[in-house]
Design a protein around this ligand. Sequence first.
Ligand code: SAH
Ligand code: AVI
Length: 330
Amino acid sequence: MDIDSVLDNIRIEEQSQIADHRAALADDVRRGLSLELKELPPKYFYDERGSRLFEEICLLPEYYQTRTERQILEAIMPGLVAEHAPSTLVEFGSGSSAKTRTILSAMADRGVLRRYVPIDISREILLSTAESLVREYPGLRVDAVIGDFNDGLPRIEPEGRSLVIFLGSTIGNFRRPDAVEFLRRISSRMERDDLFLLGVDLVKDPARLNAAYDDAAGVTAEFNLNVLRVINRELGGTFDLDMFAHYAFFNPRESQIEMHLASLDDQRVAIEALGMQVDFMRGETILTEISRKFTPASAAHLLADGGFEPIGFFTDPDRLFALALARRSS
Ligand code: SAH
Ligand code: AVI
């Protein structure tokens, strides 16, 4: 396929807030590192390097999520597409759209695939993926949206029935009230016969969860530390990455993995662009991510609070991961 035909089939929209990505980072870092219990939003992991590290995480033996979700998608998509025939696929946090290809292929095989709307904050991965997909699926139109899914949703003109997906259990990276608000914004935009497919990681043996977030090869540690590299580069931070350690564990009372960066000594870090100095006591941590784990009941409850009526729940034989299917409640 020549480059003109590729470009004819891709439309890119950039949300206005993204143009000022650095200002948003500055606000979030100032706020998060001024708190008594320091924290940073997980969206800043995903610069080009962070997105590549996440792709590596997906291939780790300990990180069962990606391969298990793919296995479930392979089992359910042909039947789901045959029954509902969606022609537009909308995906939040699409990343490299690796597992999405299972869905796109099921739609293409059935002859119903028209349009794919990936939404992601990571420009580089979104653009390169859009180009590859247009080449892989002749006739597919890709309307890619570079944006933060917390800053309001793009106006998506429906073209036939839509299937909206949020895979990988990225919903688990939201605190519950934020997850409910996010789901409500999605459900309120959907038609009654559109479908929503939500990936959720399930509660399981804590040892297995701990290993998935503290792999032997240290890739998750690099991913976690990447947020400090981003602050150093974008805001003139003086974080010494050797002075912080990756620390991740399952908190059963909150049913969530908590991922932190722990200061290895008393230290002071400057952030030049903010005119700010941040003091750390040895052992003090920055909470960089939560990753909530669900039961079938807690997933159904979350969907209901988010304005959805659950209509299907699919899991693997070991009940490691699940996909919940829902439609907007009437
Ligand atoms: N869906 C893929 C990728 C999950 S990683 C999978 O299941 O493997 C999370 C993705 O969400 C990344 O691609 C990241 O860039 C994107 N992301 C994280 N926070 C975001 C935000 N606030 N707004 C938009 N995209 C975000
Ligand atoms: C993107 N998100 C669902 C991943 C998770 O498992 O919470 C991010 C991640 N963090 C550490 N490893 C993977």
